[in-house]
Design a protein around this ligand. Structure first.
Ligand code: GLN
Length: 195
């Protein structure tokens, strides 16, 4: 079976493990460099990107993840995970780093205090009908896309909230908390293609 890791330092790890297992992948939590080496794909969960950043450096997995991304490892990041995949992070805490790989800028906590969290239905052409019911929880947005990065979904005002670049996939929202599995299925297709 396809072995897909979920970076298990902080955040909604269990939800991702569940969706991936339901789709037939061998899903495993990843905390150590040897585990990073052992997977065919990696999911970076939602949570708090500054914490995931610090813990990934403390646990010594940040460099392994960076190297595997550079070698073409398929990675899917949701929310804080999208922030970790972005080459450029706006409104990070002092010294905050990302793994990078996606040639985009993301703005953390982009919806301000009034609408920190909301749900909406999103058209995602690559997934077909019906629309995706998306939960945004203190979510980031993509504020500019490099030439290689493709927007997969936008809000009505044009704000980009899902992006793909080769085998890297990122969403501002959390499909794993609303019972939506099509993004994970799409991701497993990228993993299968890369193997
Ligand atoms: N605001 C969080 C961050 O900056 C992301 C929130 C989330 O993952 N739901 O990392």
């Amino acid at each position: 079976a396809t072995r897909v890791g979920v970076l298990a330092l902080q955040g909604d790890v269990r939800e991702h493990l569940r969706v991936l297992s339901e789709l037939g992948a061998e899903a495993m939590p990843v905390r150590r460099p040897a585990e990073v080496e052992a997977v065919d794909g990696l999911v970076i969960p939602g949570g708090e990107s500054s914490v995931i950043d610090k813990l990934s450096r403390t646990f010594g997995v940040a460099d392994s993840i960076r190297r595997r991304i550079a070698e073409g490892l398929p990675v899917y990041g949701t929310c804080a995970g999208l922030i970790m995949l972005a080459d450029r992070v706006l409104d990070g805490i002092e010294g905050q780093q990302s793994f990078g790989g996606l040639d985009v800028s993301v703005r953390r906590n982009a919806f301000g205090n009034q609408t920190r969290s909301f749900e909406t239905d999103l058209d995602v052409p690559v997934l077909g009908a019906p629309p995706v019911h998306a939960a945004f929880i203190r979510a980031p947005v993509v504020v500019d896309l490099g030439e290689q990065a493709e927007a997969l979904a936008s809000l009505e005002d044009g704000t980009v909230v899902a992006v793909q670049q080769g085998s890297l996939l990122g969403t501002s929202f959390h499909p794993e908390v609303t019972g939506e599995s099509r993004f994970h299925r799409h991701f497993l297709g990228l993993v299968a293609a890369a193997r």
